[in-house]
Design a protein around this ligand. Structure first.
Ligand SMILES: Cc1ncc(COP(=O)(O)O)c(C=O)c1O
Length: 308
């Protein structure tokens, strides 16, 4: 049975498994101090053209968001996100549990606009309310749309004006950077954000995300935060080996292109049957509008019996 539910229904690209197999018996230090972690981080710094960026590998997107953002914030500081943003609705209140309010702003096609951020900042002028300190977006967004370079630059300008750190959740960054019509590549993103992460789990890795901290003021002591939250993996090499393979010769982009192309194919088929989309498909997330009867039929053929 095929599953159209998500982009992590299968294990990993065969080259990832081969890379893990090849390196399996090589003995290395633990906790991210191995040669694979060094090599993968160097490779990524090279790809994003940020020789001084700090790079850390973690196992999930929620971990990347929680640990990175909470490490940037003081107890009274908060985060701005879209109302449907992943940290607003899909992370079990992880950041709130760490003591940080998440301001959920209205969005258009999943995207935040500078004006609503400025409006929010106008309400947070003094110590009688929390101080918004991070702007969180995801690329691609929760509804599969992408911010273009001009939109990212406009958000950066708002961050500069209001002393906000700019953080980009890149769980699906590969699909965004290779999307047709996209004009913001990894170099642009690294140049605009204080920090971001590059998702591996949803792009062919077995698991893993690469956190990139560009702003030197935010790099200090990050390994302490990782360890305290149980994310400094004794076998951190497992994720690093995968990122080295993904970025060694462009496999990361190839995987994303393939996923987008397959989604386009599906979208064309759905359109040919006369159905519209809640959002114009841009990456590999599709939101077709089907009548209930079609949904029931699709569920019968494609829903896993184990799905909740
Ligand atoms: C944009 C975004 N951020 C974060 C996550 C969380 O990733 P994980 O399920 O690995 O914690 C997801 C997962 O779907 C996501 O789409």
């Amino acid at each position: 049975m095929f599953s159209f539910l998500n982009d992590y229904s299968e294990g990993a690209h065969p080259r990832i498994l081969a890379a893990l197999q090849e390196t399996n018996l090589q003995q290395e230090p633990g906790y991210g101090l191995d040669s694979f972690s060094q090599a993968a981080a160097d490779l990524l710094r090279d790809v994003i053209k940020q020789p001084k960026a700090a790079i850390h590998f973690v196992s999930t997107g929620t971990q990347a968001n929680l640990i990175t953002l909470s490490s940037f914030l003081k107890s009274y500081e908060s985060i701005i996100a879209a109302e449907h943003g992943h940290i607003s609705v899909h992370e079990t209140g992880a950041l709130e549990a760490a003591g940080h309010k998440v301001h959920a702003l209205p969005s258009q096609a999943g995207k935040l606009d500078p004006e609503s951020i400025c409006d929010l900042m106008a309400f947070h002028k003094d110590e009688h309310s929390v101080r918004p300190r991070v702007l969180y977006i995801s690329q691609a967004t929760e509804v599969g749309t992408i911010y273009n370079k001009q939109e990212l630059q406009a958000l950066r300008a708002v961050c500069n004006a209001h002393q906000l750190y700019f953080f980009l959740d890149g769980a699906r960054l590969g699909n965004a950077v290779v999307a047709e019509g996209n004009d913001a590549d990894l170099v642009d993103i690294a140049g605009l954000c204080d920090a971001f992460y590059i998702g591996g789990t949803k792009n062919g890795a077995l698991l893993g995300e690469a956190v990139v901290i560009v702003n030197p003021a935010l790099q200090d002591s990050f390994r302490y935060h990782l360890k305290q939250r149980g994310a400094l993996m004794a076998k951190g090499r497992v994720i690093a080996v995968q990122f080295r393979e993904l970025f060694r010769d462009g496999l990361y982009f190839e995987n994303a292109r393939h996923a987008n192309a397959m989604a386009q194919k599906l979208a064309h088929g759905i359109q040919a049957h006369g159905y519209a989309f809640a959002q114009e498909p841009q990456t590999n997330q599709l939101f077709p509008i089907f009548p209930g009867i079609v949904i029931e039929k699709l569920k019968k053929d494609y829903e896993s019996p184990f799905q909740k």
